[in-house]
Write a protein that binds this ligand. Structure first.
Ligand code: HEM
Ligand SMILES: N[C@@H](CC(=O)c1ccccc1NC=O)C(=O)O
Length: 279
């Protein structure tokens, strides 16, 4: 050590953690940083693993926020709901920006380790499916790949059996405007949300008099924001996939880019988009 090396310990920085909780202890970094296990010798496999692991961590936070937002909404704490939904949109923005790192991987780089992935695929991401299920895109066929992990399948199934976050929003929309006797459309349990005319009419009322229904309007716009970011994620994904594997079949067994293009047509909150043309 040179004389000139600055020692933060001299101004009080704690330098010994033999008997105290350190940064690594608190964040469980030993566990976290020992979970990157490339199966090939390919240089870019580490990028691929970390890209997916960080995505899963952000998805974990998104689910945490959406679960709390749902609770807050059902308890009438709308400012909290808005804060959490805004955070979920920012998480998607973060995931969208992350594609820039993955895009530095060329098709040749990926080919060096693609075979090592076997039949594994993002198609089997249960947190991704959970996000879709919470928001209302509920395809029960997507439960099947999780049959081998009963706890995971049960968790997804439990989500399918309850009203989605969007179902709860619809209930709030109707009761706020029509009061306790409102005729609320039944939640579409266990199936992808299909557009309902009465829901679009109700949202139209809100958008035609935003001053009167400001809180509902703000909620509607938060959902549109969220779906906007989600769509960008799907678009970035399919574009990256085409760039890296072209039109090859996916490791998960789907047609690949064609399958993902089909998913671009998914509408999470269709009524909120469709009402705009009629204003
Ligand atoms: C080079 C990078 C990537 C390629 C080539 C790729 C390829 C694919 C393909 C072909 C599918 C369709 C399913 C299949 O048959 O495998 C798919 C699905 C999926 N991928 Fe990726 N992917 C990449 C990166 C990512 C990243 C970074 C994530 C982030 C978690 C991700 C998450 C997903 C998810 C969630 C699905 C299911 C989508 C759905 O069912 O709507 N992928 N991917
Ligand atoms: N489906 C991809 C493989 C893939 O991307 C993947 C494989 C294992 C874990 C995560 C993945 N990411 C997204 O699908 C492919 O067909 O190349």
């Amino acid at each position: 050590m040179t004389e000139s090396a600055y020692n933060p310990g001299s101004e009080g920085a704690r330098m010994s953690f033999a008997d105290a909780m350190s940064y690594g202890d608190y964040l469980c970094l030993d566990g976290l940083l020992s979970q990157q296990k490339p199966l090939s010798g390919a240089h870019d496999e580490m990028l691929f693993i970390i890209q997916h692991q960080t995505s899963e961590l952000w998805m974990k936070l998104a689910i945490h926020e959406m679960a709390a937002a749902r609770e807050a909404m059902n308890a009438g704490r709308m400012p909290h709901v808005f804060k959490m939904l805004a955070r979920v949109s920012r998480i998607f923005e973060q995931l969208n920006n992350a594609w820039d790192v993955l895009r530095t991987m060329t098709p040749a780089d990926y080919t060096r380790f693609r075979e090592a992935l076997g039949p594994s695929s993002g198609f089997q991401s249960y947190q991704y499916r959970m996000i879709e299920y919470i928001l209302g895109n509920r395809n029960p066929n997507m439960l099947k790949p999780h049959e081998h992990v009963p706890e995971v399948q049960a968790m997804l199934q439990a989500e399918l059996a309850r009203p989605s976050f969007y179902d709860d929003v619809i209930r709030l929309l109707f009761t706020t405007i029509d009061g306790p006797d409102a005729e609320i459309p039944a939640p579409q349990l266990g199936q992808p949300h299909q557009p309902v005319e009465a829901v679009q009419e109700k949202w139209t009322q809100v958008y035609q008099d935003v001053d009167r229904w400001w809180t509902l309007y703000e909620l509607g716009e938060k959902l549109v924001d969220l779906e906007d970011y989600f769509r960008r994620w799907r678009f970035n994904h399919v574009t990256t996939v085409e760039r890296v594997i072209g039109f090859k079949r996916g490791t998960g067994g789907t047609s690949g880019v064609q399958y993902l293009r089909r998913m671009l047509e998914v509408e999470l909150f269709p009524e909120l988009w469709h009402l705009r043309g009629g204003l």
